[in-house]
Every structure is written in C-alpha cells, then in structure tokens.
Design a protein around this ligand. Structure first.
Ligand SMILES: Nc1ncnc2c1ncn2[C@@H]1O[C@H](COP(=O)(O)OP(=O)(O)OP(=O)(O)O)[C@@H](O)[C@H]1O
Ligand SMILES: [Mg+2]
Length: 358
C-alpha cells in the first residue's frame, strides 16, 4: 500500500446484510485491502427504519473489513436502492434529493414527430438519505457520497459495450428488485420493486409449515441434494400431517419467481423505452443464484439472460457475490475521487500561472 494513500470504503446497506469493502487509492487504481459483512437489522425493503441498530451492524462489518485491511477508513461511498427511487425530468420537490444526474437523453415526444432533449435525475426521499447519513456517521465513517446501488453494481457487472448499447440490469435482493436500463454509458430508466428473497422464503415457510430460518436455508440450497433430502423427510409416507404432493418447494418457488418476473416485465413496459436491448438481461443479487432463474426469465422476458458476477467481469476473484454492490461503490467512488483530484490539480495549475503573472 502506498504510504499516505487515501483509504476509501464502499458500503452496501442491504435489507438482509451490510457489506463493506476497503480500498486504497494510491497507485492509479483502487487496490482492495479488506472486506467484511454482517447481518442487516433495522432495514425494511432497502430503507433504514432504525438508524442506531443499523449503525451497530455497520460497525460489525467495518470491524471485520478493517481487521484484514489493517487501516482506519477515512471516507465512505454508500449505496441506496430503496423503493422510493424515482427517475424524472429535472424538477425536484423540497422533500427529495437528487442521487444521480442522468446525462441528457433523446426523449420521444408523445405527440408529433421530432425529439426533445431533456435532463433526467434519479431521486430518493430525503428522509431515507438522512437516515443513511445518520447511521454511517454513528458508525464512525464520513459519508463522501451516496450512490444509487445498481449504478455502482453496473461498474463491476456490465462490460463497457453492454453499458453503451442497451442492457437491462436486474438486482433481486432480499427485500427489493431493481430494474435498470443502461445505454450510452448511463442509466436511462430505473425502478425499485418491493419484492425479493424474503417473499420467497416467506412463501416456503407458510406453504411447508416450517420456520423462516429453515425456509431461507431451503431457498439457498434449492437445486442441491440437501433440499432433496428435506423433501424426502416431508413426503406423505414419513409425515402424513405435513405431506404435500409433487415437488412443493419447486411449485412454491416457481410461483413467486413468476410473479417477480411479471413485475419486472411490467416495469420494463412502464419505461416505454424505445431502444433495443442487444445486451439482454443481466441478473444479480442473492436470488439470482436460484437454479432455474435463467430459463424462466428467458421465457418470460423474451431476451437473452446471463447471471452477472463481479468475478466473471475480472474483478477481485474470491470475494463472494454479496460484495458486488460494495465493490462497485468503491470502484465508482475511486473514479469520483480521481475526477476531483484532476479538477484540483487544474485549479492549482491555474492559480500558479495566475500568481506567476505578478
Ligand atoms: N443461492 C441462493 N439462492 C436463492 N436465494 C438466495 C441464495 N443466496 C441468497 N439468497 C437470497 O438472497 C437474498 C439476499 O440477497 P442480497 O444480499 O442481494 O440482498 P440485500 O442486498 O440484503 O437486499 P436488498 O438489495 O433487497 O436491499 C436473501 O433473501 C437470500 O435468501
Ligand atoms: Mg442489495
């Protein structure tokens, strides 16, 4: 690690977990030096409901990351993807804060021919942003910037060509599913739907009359031998009261997944996006690892589907998928940091030139 190099943290506050990665900005690229995560408590559908509890969870995750990094972090780039996210033309009410400015895009007028240029912004409820700042500050970190989660995720999931040509990025997490269209290098449309893995686990718990913890375990192991064993134990011969015909786990999961895919299709429809999507759909988030998702999604969305991974994008092998957004945050944060540095250098050069005139 370069001596005196600034230390950046990417902080993903997800509904089910907090993930932190730490990197240094010394050598012209972000050098990953630590990572840690903890269960998320006090977060509902991506929105902080209890800042004190969340602060404690951040401290826990940060402690683990700092242990491997061996340094104290200075500032954090924090992700947000609650369902209060909106994309709109640049008119913002006093209760909303702009998260990301979308570069001007060509918008087709609903009436008449011709096109009109308009700037667009991704906005989030001010209350949600204040709670992120509060929790992060309570955990002892300085918030450098708050960044829209899928925007950060795209940095380690999508190729440059996918971001340029038109690709749909879908993050199915625990409490939210975000759907975003990328083209010409930026997000064109986005929407956060309040459904995710929690609903799949809830359905399994109710349908199979088991605890939520066990249902979550089944969900994570779906498609492996462990679930087959569990099903054998539930078969009518072994437990008449609980016995369910056929493959109950599969029917419950497929039913809820079909509903989630219907909501994704409806969101795409609502975008009224006129471009093509040659990049197809890239899924990520915990639920994207569900066996059978690719086939179901291809059939429902009628687009080629791939399951995204920061590893296949050549970024930090060995770090589990739960860190994808945190990695994206630190990568994008680093780009912002470099940009700011260049501006400052230009300002310094201008000041020196100006002073040399006297
Ligand atoms: N292998 C797997 N198969 C299916 N589901 C899984 C698997 N692994 C994790 N999950 C589910 O994914 C969810 C967690 O995913 P993720 O870490 O992306 O969510 P999050 O970031 O905490 O939530 P959100 O983005 O909605 O705020 C949980 O509901 C978990 O049960
Ligand atoms: Mg998430």
């Amino acid at each position: 690690m370069a001596k005196g190099a600034p230390v950046l943290a990417g902080l993903d506050i997800g509904t089910s977990k907090i993930a932190v990665v730490i990197a240094t900005a010394g050598r012209g690229f972000p050098e990953l030096i630590g990572a840690g995560k903890s269960p998320g408590v006090g977060i509902n559908k991506g929105v902080i409901t209890n800042p004190d509890t969340v602060a404690r969870c951040i401290v826990q995750a940060l402690g683990k990351a700092r242990k491997t990094a061996g340094v104290e972090t200075a500032f954090a780039y924090v992700g947000y993807n609650g369902s209060g996210i909106k994309v709109r033309d640049c008119r913002v009410t006093e209760n909303e804060e702009i998260l990301q400015l979308i570069p001007p895009r060509m918008m087709r007028e609903s009436v008449g021919a011709g096109f009109e240029r308009a700037a667009r912004a991704i906005t989030a409820p001010v209350d949600d942003i204040l709670k992120i700042e509060q929790s992060t500050r309570l955990a002892g970190l300085k918030v450098q910037d708050i960044i829209y989660g899928p925007w950060a995720g795209s940095r380690v999931l999508l190729t440059q060509a996918e971001r340029e040509l038109g690709t749909l990025l879908v993050d199915i997490g625990a409490g939210t599913t975000s759907v975003s269209i990328f083209d010409r290098g930026g997000i064109r449309e986005t929407s956060v739907i309040p459904v995710g893995g929690e609903h799949l686990a809830g359905d399994l718990a109710v349908g199979l009359r088991i605890s939520l913890a066990r249902a979550e375990n089944i969900l994570k192991n779906y498609g492996t031998g462990e679930v087959e064993q569990f099903l054998t134990a539930l078969s009518p011969g072994n437990d008449g009261s609980r016995g369910l015909p056929g493959d109950p786990v599969r029917s419950i999961i497929e039913a809820r997944l079909t509903e989630i895919l219907e909501l994704v299709a409806a969101a795409i429809n609502d975008f009224k996006y006129y471009g093509l999507l040659p990049g197809g759909v890239v899924f990520y988030g915990g639920v994207s690892r569900l066996s059978g998702l690719k086939v179901m999604a291809e059939s429902r969305l009628q687009l080629p589907v791939r399951i995204g991974s920061h590893e296949t994008a050549g970024f930090t092998p060995g770090l589990e998928p739960a860190y994808t957004n945190a990695l994206g945050l630190v990568k994008y944060g680093y780009a912002l940091y470099r940009e700011k540095q260049h501006i400052n250098e230009r300002k310094d050069r201008f000041r020196d030139k100006f002073l040399s005139w006297f």
